[in-house]
Design a binder for this molecule. Structure first.
Ligand code: UGA
Length: 434
């Protein structure tokens, strides 16, 4: 069986490399020729731990190759994984134009039976549109099936998520499509769950929105903690001991960012409301998340009063650790507010600085990108911890204390031990902790 993966973004690259690692013959395709040229030269366009090795191993083994010839790729494949982008639009709905474009290309190159698999995150009922477009534009009487196989990859651990999945959701409407997909995932067959297509599509949006809801819930509780003597870390631990609740995704802080949760929760709200379902529960979760930056900046202002002409060290720019992705990163809104109020920022991130320079270009007077966390704290009136990269766990606090103008730390991820930092002479603020 030959597999095509269309789209070589983060999902497509991991899917192509992962399926090749499972032993399949895979062709990755993207219409951007320059991207394909770079991948073929061994360049991995995104920072994702382990992906470079996985790609190199499959390219060397010879069962994975990349091309920008989409037509030939479609013709050669039995199963086509569609991994193109579905970016958000102003009204919260997903822009499906790339899915439509690929569907038309599949129609034009339908030279035999094929299974077309939606891998990108799409609204429920998308399969009907893909089916309609392929049927409308196909030039032969060849048959095809559409299936849904949503991805549950987390940035930063996408490779291990793909190779050791918790579950593989397969949405199909024919036995034939089911057989193809079950065979593809034979190596993890104990984790395969087969449903109809609408259900599979909805499982993806429902899962992401539920996790986002969980985060907003603990952030709401952290607001309550701040008005009482309760400690949100202990509340989360105490709640998580109940297996019905579970301890994961109960970390209070600056809220969720990235290319998935903010987009998916808005998309599900739109889908529900278009179908006449009241989606206020998710609307509120999204509002609580948006409010996190205000809550955080209040702490910064409480510590410094006036931000004008203050030097602020910002540690962590990516939306979460282990990625260089800054999409919907809380750091962006925090830095914007700091700059608007006339502060000078000294920024540090182990991987995301290059991406952030496209949002806040280096400007010697107000925006400085630093090589080390220590460098960022030089002369700073406050240190803002935005992303909990592991390397910040071993910061040299006595040295930081000497370098900073004011020993103030505003920890947006509850990364540090309050007693320890206060013992070292810092004024320390965090989230939902006394
Ligand atoms: C998320 C899902 O976890 C994946 O299962 C899904 O496949 C993916 O979206 C997607 O749809 O493609 P990802 O966005 O990479 O993955 O990152 P997460 O680890 O889920 O974190 C999302 C955000 O929530 C981050 O900003 C993180 O800092 C925040 N978060 C997470 C919290 O604020 N508190 C927590 O307890 C956990």
């Amino acid at each position: 069986m030959k597999i095509a993966v269309i789209g070589t973004g983060y999902v497509g690259l991991v899917t192509a490399a992962g399926l090749a690692e499972f032993g399949h013959e895979v062709i990755g395709a993207d219409k951007v020729a320059d991207k394909i040229r770079r991948i073929n030269q061994g360049e991995v366009p995104i920072f994702e731990p382990g992906l470079d090795k996985l790609l190199a191993a499959s390219l060397k083994r010879g069962n994975l190759r990349f091309t920008h010839d989409l037509g030939q790729t479609i013709q050669a494949a039995d199963v086509i994984f569609v991994c193109v982008g579905t970016p958000p639009q102003d009204d919260g709905s997903a822009d499906m134009s790339q899915i439509e474009e690929v569907s038309r290309m599949i129609a034009e190159n339908l030279n035999g039976y094929k299974v077309v698999v939606e891998k990108s995150t799409v609204p429920v009922k998308t399969s009907l549109w893909i089916k309609r477009i392929i049927s409308l534009y196909k030039k032969t009487d060849q048959t095809f099936d559409v299936a849904s196989n949503p991805e549950f990859l987390r940035e930063g651990s996408a490779v291990s998520d793909f190779l050791n999945p918790d579950r593989i959701i397969i949405g199909v409407e024919t036995e034939r499509a089911r057989d193809y997909l079950v065979k593809i995932y034979d190596k993890a067959k104990d984790r395969v769950f087969v449903t109809n297509i609408d259900t599979a599509e909805l499982i993806k949006h429902a899962s992401n929105s539920f996790l986002a809801l969980k985060i907003s819930y603990i952030n709401l509780i952290s607001n309550l903690c701040e008005k009482t003597d309760a400690d949100v870390e202990q509340v989360a631990k105490g709640m998580g001991l109940d297996p019905r609740i579970g301890g994961l995704f109960l970390r209070a802080g600056l809220g969720y960012g990235g290319s998935c949760f903010p987009k998916d929760i808005k998309a599900l709200v739109k889908i529900g409301e278009d179908l006449g379902v009241n989606m206020d529960l998710l609307r509120e979760a999204d509002r609580i998340n948006f409010d996190r930056i205000r809550v955080y900046m209040e702490k910064v202002r409480k510590a410094l009063w006036i931000l004008k002409d203050k030097t602020i060290a910002v540690l962590g720019l990516s939306f979460k650790p282990e990625t260089d992705d800054i999409r919907e990163a809380p750091s962006i809104r925090v830095i914007k507010e700091l700059l608007t109020e006339g502060a000078l920022v000294r920024l540090y991130d182990p991987e995301a600085a290059a991406n952030m320079k496209t949002v806040f270009p280096e400007d010697s007077a107000r925006v400085t990108y630093c090589r080390t966390p220590l460098d960022a704290t030089e002369g700073a009136h406050a240190l803002l911890l935005i992303t909990e990269w592991d390397e910040f766990r071993t910061l040299d606090w006595p040295a930081i204390r000497r370098l900073m103008a004011n020993p103030i730390v505003v920890d947006g991820r509850n990364m540090f031990d309050p007693q320890n930092l206060r013992g070292l002479g810092f004024e320390y603020y965090s989230i939902g902790r006394a």
